[in-house]
Design a protein around this ligand. Structure first.
Ligand SMILES: [Zn+2]
Length: 299
C-alpha cells in the first residue's frame, strides 16, 4: 500500500525462491512495493503456503510453484492479514488448498475487503491490472485465538495477535526451524505501515502494535520473515519496537501542548527521517503520527 501513484508491476518473482531451512522456502519480495514475502512450509503430509501475492494471476503462479514443490502432499493456505497484496489471490487456491485463517481476519476481509479493493484499484494502472478478476473468497476454515497445524512431523503454530497493524493480524511460527512470519507487523528497511485512513479505516493501533511486538520478541525466533523487505534475525523485532516507541514518545511529547497536529507531523517526520535516513516509505510516518495523536494511554 502506498500514497504515491504506483508505476511498477507488483509481480511475484517465483524464480527468486530461496530455501531458508529444511523444507521451508521463501519467495522474497526483493524490496518491490506491493509484493509480500511469501512462505512455503512443508511437512511429510502437507505443505502450507503463507500469503497469495496481489491478485489472481500472481496467486496462480504461487499455487503452481507450491503444487510442484508439494509433490502430492496436501496443500494449505493462510494469510497474515486481509490486505490485498497478502490475501487478494486466495480464489486461485479454491479447490486446491484449504484456506485457514483467524476469525478476526476473516471478519476484516468480509467487512473491509471490498473497500480496499476499490482503494487499491485507484493506486495506479499496474495495480488495477493485477486486481482484474479478483473475487474475495471466504476462508474454508477459521480459528479464534490459536491453531496448531500438523503438516506431518512438523507442527506450525498460528496465532491471532489482536488488533495492531489491522484488526485481524496473524503470525505464523515454525518452531523446529525458529522461523516467524510476521506479515506487516514487521517490515525491513522501511517505516512501519500505518493504514490510517479516517473515516474509512482507523483500526490500526500504534499502542497495541507495540505490545504485540514485545510479545513476539519474548517468543525468541531465530529468523524473522517480515511482510516486506529482507529476511532478518531477531534484531529486526527490536528495531521495529524501538521505532514505534520513539514515534509514540515524540508524538505524545508534543500532543498535549498548543502545537497544531500539522506541526507535530512535520517535526516528528523530520526526526524519524534523521534517525533512519535509509528507510523507505516516509509517507507512512505521517499516518503513524496521526494515529498516535488519536490514541489515548488506555488504548
Ligand atoms: Zn498490511
Amino acid at each position: 500500500m502506498t500514497t504515491e501513484p504506483v508505476t511498477h508491476d507488483p509481480r511475484v518473482e517465483i524464480g527468486q525462491a530461496e530455501e531458508l531451512a529444511r523444507d521451508l522456502v521463501v519467495i522474497p519480495n526483493r524490496g518491490v512495493e506491493l509484493v509480500p514475502n511469501i512462505g512455503i512450509v512443508g511437512g511429510s503430509e502437507a505443505v502450507l503456503v503463507v500469503e497469495t501475492g496481489l491478485g489472481p494471476r500472481n496467486a496462480e503462479e504461487v499455487l503452481a510453484f507450491a503444487t510442484e514443490y508439494a509433490k502430492g502432499r496436501r496443500l494449505w493456505l493462510t494469510t497474515t492479514h486481509f490486505h490485498p497484496e497478502h490475501a487478494f489471490g486466495a480464489q486461485a487456491f479454491a479447490g486446491a488448498a484449504t484456506y485457514l485463517v483467524n476469525s478476526a481476519q476473516s471478519a476484516d476481509l468480509a467487512g473491509k475487503g471490498p473497500g480496499y479493493l476499490e482503494m487499491f484499484r485507484g493506486l495506479g494502472a499496474p495495480v488495477a491490472r493485477r486486481l482484474e478478476g479478483v473475487e474475495l473468497v471466504a476462508p474454508d476454515q477459521v480459528y479464534d485465538e490459536g491453531y496448531e497445524l500438523d503438516l506431518g512431523g512438523r507442527v506450525v503454530r498460528m496465532r491471532a495477535t489482536g488488533r495492531a497493524h489491522s484488526k485481524g493480524d496473524q503470525v505464523v511460527t515454525v518452531p523446529d526451524a525458529g522461523v516467524l512470519f510476521t506479515g506487516d507487523l514487521v517490515e525491513a528497511g522501511q517505516f512501519a505501515i500505518f493504514p490510517w485512513f479516517p473515516p474509512y479505516d482507523v483500526d490500526v493501533s500504534g499502542l497495541r502494535w507495540i505490545e504485540v511486538i514485545r510479545r513476539l520478541i519474548d517468543t525468541g525466533p531465530d529468523i524473522v520473515v517480515p511482510g516486506h523487505g529482507d529476511v532478518s534475525g531477531p534484531q529486526l523485532l527490536t528495531d521495529v519496537r524501538d521505532y514505534l516507541e520513539l514515534l509514540r514518545d515524540e508524538t505524545w511529547k508534543r500532543r498535549d501542548s498548543t502545537v497544531s497536529e500539522e506541526t507535530i507531523v512535520a517535526e516528528v517526520k523530520a526526526l524519524m527521517i534523521e534517525r533512519h535516513p535509509e528507510w523507505a516509505g516516509r509517507d507512512w510516518i505521517e499516518k503513524g503520527v496521526r494515529c498516535l495523536c488519536a490514541e489515548r494511554h488506555d488504548g
